[in-house]
Design a protein around this ligand. Structure first.
Ligand SMILES: Nc1nc2c(ncn2[C@@H]2O[C@H](COP(=O)(O)OP(=O)(O)O)[C@@H](O)[C@H]2O)c(=O)[nH]1
Ligand SMILES: [Mg+2]
Length: 335
């Protein structure tokens, strides 16, 4: 759940009201999410439904087919193994007597897999700017996600500033500046090729002086295995803490779902270097690899703050484990 603690609020995060923007009814939202997740739903929900629903006898062949289906949907080897062991245990204890029960148990297990990923996210600007440092490889969807987030926060009545910390590509700075102008969001930038840490340091100084609520900093995404990118990110964190020892309040790693298991590997590398505190998983629309969300949850144990399900400004949603599984398994429910 996304919450906000505003400037001047003295309450604890726990008492912060749920202030997610009023949106259409839950049914409509689920329906829309289902539509966006159609390909994953076909690969995972439909596939397992076809295999299991209609009370078939459980045998080794069926179990193998389930395993193959899970692996093909990019759930990952470890998660698949764990779930298969759990199912085997249930069958042995005679707790799972037919394929319908197996289907239900499988769905429950998948929801459980996502448990570590669903945590409250409090944007606490009560004591100064809440700084979100956005990291991830090139093309993952960082800048797009920043735009979507800025809009969402603006709608909540929060003031937002952006830092064009991707100084590596001139186009990246311009992209953010143009977007900022169009949407009336100030963007702190320097010429391309300048030091990312220095841009972000300036931005944090300015945001603090101007009492901005949320500062979102973009960063370069040169390949994760390049030492200099990781060094640059470490430096960004170091200089920020000179102004505010608790900044950045959030290090948001943006992962592209279409990368499948590679997204998990990337995340592990970023996690080692910059203390990632949350994830945004993008491009879940149009990919059959949405199962990777389960692998991400199992392997990384980090909260998934948002999922990206399209290129438009509203196509970013706070992550909800039940909703995600429902959208994949029961797309017709939302209609
Ligand atoms: N379909 C889809 N495309 C997305 C999503 N998020 C980002 N993109 C696209 O991915 C491409 C790269 O995004 P960008 O934000 O520039 O990535 P960056 O290099 O990490 O800043 C752009 O064409 C975006 O429109 C998403 O959730 N769904
Ligand atoms: Mg970018």
């Amino acid at each position: 759940m996304l919450r906000f603690l505003r400037r001047g609020d003295k309450s604890s995060p726990d008492s912060a009201a749920e202030q997610d923007t009023p949106l259409p009814s839950k049914g409509n939202l689920l329906q829309k999410l289902s539509k966006r997740l159609t390909k994953t739903s076909q690969a995972l929900g439909d596939g397992l439904g076809r295999l299991l629903l209609g009370k078939k006898e459980i045998d080794d062949e069926l179990l193998e087919e389930i395993e193959t289906q899970l692996l093909m949907a990019d759930i990952g080897i470890d998660t698949t193994q764990r779930i298969m062991n759990k199912l085997a245990g249930g069958i042995q204890r005679q707790a799972l007597l037919n394929s319908d029960a197996l289907y239900q148990q499988l769905k429950d297990e998948l929801v459980l897999t996502l448990k570590p990923s669903e945590q409250n996210f409090t944007i606490d600007c009560s004591a100064g700017p809440f700084v979100i440092l956005v990291v991830g490889v090139n093309g993952a969807g960082k800048t797009t996600t920043i735009g979507k987030l800025a809009k969402r926060f603006q709608r909540e009545g929060l003031s937002v500033m952006l830092a064009a910390g991707d100084t590596f590509r001139a186009a990246a700075v311009e992209q953010l500046q143009v977007w900022g102008e169009r949407n009336d969001v100030p963007v702190v930038a320097q010429h391309s090729g300048s030091d990312s840490a220095s841009v972000i340091f300036d931005a944090l100084q300015s945001a603090t002086a101007k009492q901005v609520d949320v500062l979102i900093a973009d960063t370069a995404g040169r390949l994760h295995n390049k030492d200099n990118l990781m060094e640059e990110l470490k430096k960004v964190v170091r200089v920020m803490s000179k102004i505010d020892p608790s900044a950045p309040q959030e290090v948001l790693l943006v992962l592209d779902a279409t990368m499948g298991q590679n997204a998990v590997t990337q995340a592990e590398q970023f996690k080692q270097v910059v203390g990632v505190t949350g994830l945004a998983v993008t491009k879940l629309d149009g990919t059959a690899r949405g199962g990777v969300v389960f692998a991400i949850s199992e392997k990384l144990g980090l909260p998934i703050r948002f999922i990206g399900v399209g290129e438009q400004i509203d196509d970013l949603r706070p992550f909800d484990q039940h909703e995600f599984v429902e959208a994949i398994f029961n797309p017709e429910d939302g209609q």
